[in-house]
Design a protein around this ligand. Structure first.
Ligand SMILES: Cc1ncc(COP(=O)(O)O)c(C=O)c1O
Length: 425
């Protein structure tokens, strides 16, 4: 297969998106196509029959690509069942137990229980809640510069990647430290002024996602783990984006040989999850949600996703293809290539060029996402091959060359959709 875009947006997509925009209270940046159900592996068709190569994976939430047969069989199994969503924290379904059991086979031994919830932000919310419950003297948490933890108020309070997310919203108290080797001294300085028991938790992404695909320094992580261990402060690894195998290990933090107290995850797992030692279990009623642990289709898809990654030994493919992708990115005329496994990124000279290149790639059938101020992330499905990586690199290379011309400017209908030159990521 090869990406093939005739017109973007195509007429059918354009109609639907225009109607949606009129009634949609949310106002995010809309990619100018509407998905069809056609496609295979890393490729999908939109409803106008344009064929795209997907290096965005539904923001890392579609790790096995399109029309995966085994996952479709799971969906078939549930096609005749109703309801599909149960009030799972109160009314038990077997899928709840099955997914937690399977999830616990791929996490560090000390993390021996999990709480299932609806989204990544809710996984973060509940992670900080279980920590604060165990620390009754909590006054604030610790978060990092450049962090992205979600958009609910609690998670958003800990999000420091871009001011637009937080403007006008009240916050839960937290102190921000640098995402580099100064973090240790900054944390110790805070602890000089406050009792360690007033710190409810430290939360970090081992590889920052939306904030710029910044890979943590190993020394920083080791320092933070030492301090949090010494003072018994729970360390939360937010792996909503980086977890579930994306970096070639099940959990990104394993690349640094560190065990956190809590892992929050979602996306590739198909449901949100908080994973921690059972000693973090709060009293009944403290954490719950109607659909948490009760969306039987998502639970079954999450279970099968883990099993497929194991059965097909996809961590090996992630490592091999991650290495190859990194090598090919290094050959491009780009700045600051970085990443682990299939969580890779690079920067371009400025934000305008970055945005122009994302749009130009899309016009040529390659779907990408931005990150940070002027970064582009590459997060293809775990089944990606060398041929597909080569196709992507070719499109990126020619797009950079074309957009680098000072006089370059996108024109036409696409500008109505992607706010040319102003993509929020
Ligand atoms: C690291 C991280 N945490 C939390 C979230 C929030 O997840 P969700 O969008 O499912 O609420 C995201 C989403 O991109 C994320 O990347």
């Amino acid at each position: 297969m090869k990406p093939n875009v005739k017109k973007i947006p195509g007429p059918k997509s354009q109609k639907i998106i225009d109607k949606l925009k009129k009634v949609n209270l949310g106002n995010s940046i809309v990619y100018p196509f509407v998905h069809s159900n056609k496609g295979q592996g890393c490729y999908f068709y939109d409803i106008d029959n344009n064929l795209f190569l997907d290096f965005a994976s539904q923001i890392a939430s579609n790790p096995l690509g399109y029309n995966n047969l085994e996952l479709k069989n799971v969906i078939k199994r549930y096609s005749n069942r109703h309801p599909i969503k149960y009030a799972g924290q109160d009314f038990t379904v077997k899928e709840h137990k099955d997914l937690i059991e399977e999830l616990l086979t791929i996490v560090p031994k000390t993390l021996n229980s999990a709480f299932l919830i609806n989204s990544g932000a809710e996984a973060v919310e509940n992670s900080i809640k279980i920590c604060m419950r165990k620390r009754p003297k909590t006054k604030f948490g610790i978060a990092f510069q450049g962090s992205f933890h979600g958009r609910t108020i609690g998670a958003l309070s800990l999000t420091h990647s871009k001011p637009v997310y937080n403007k006008n919203y009240l916050k839960i108290p937290n102190k921000i430290i640098s995402f580099n080797e100064n973090a240790k001294d900054e944390l110790l300085k805070i602890m000089k002024n406050y009792d360690s028991e007033s710190i409810g938790f430290v939360i970090l992404e081992p590889i920052q996602g939306e904030g710029g695909y910044n890979v943590a320094s190993k020394k920083m992580l080791i320092d933070i783990r030492k301090i949090t261990n010494k003072y018994n402060i729970p360390l939360i690894s937010d792996e909503v984006q980086s977890g579930m195998g994306r970096t070639g290990k099940w959990w990104a933090i394993e690349n640094f040989n560190i065990t956190p107290d809590v892992i929050s995850t979602a996306k590739a797992l198909q449901v949100g999850a908080v994973i921690a030692n059972k000693k973090f279990s709060p009293e009944p009623g403290a954490i719950s949600s109607t659909w948490g642990g009760g969306h039987i289709l998502d639970l079954a898809l999450g279970l099968e996703t883990i099993k497929i990654i194991k059965r097909k030994k996809l961590l090996n493919n992630i490592n091999n293809m991650g290495y190859y992708l990194g090598k090919r990115i290094n050959e491009l005329n780009v700045e600051n290539p970085r990443g682990i496994g299939l969580m890779q990124a690079f920067d371009l000279e400025n934000k305008k060029l970055r945005d122009d290149v994302i749009i130009e790639c899309l016009k040529n059938g390659l779907v990408l996402l931005g990150c940070g101020h002027n970064g582009i992330r590459l997060i293809p499905p775990y089944i990606i091959s060398k041929t597909e990586i080569n196709q992507a690199i070719e499109i990126i290379d020619s797009s950079i060359k074309k957009c680098s011309n000072k006089l370059f400017k996108h024109q036409g209908a696409i500008c109505n959709y992607m706010n040319c030159g102003d993509i929020l990521t």
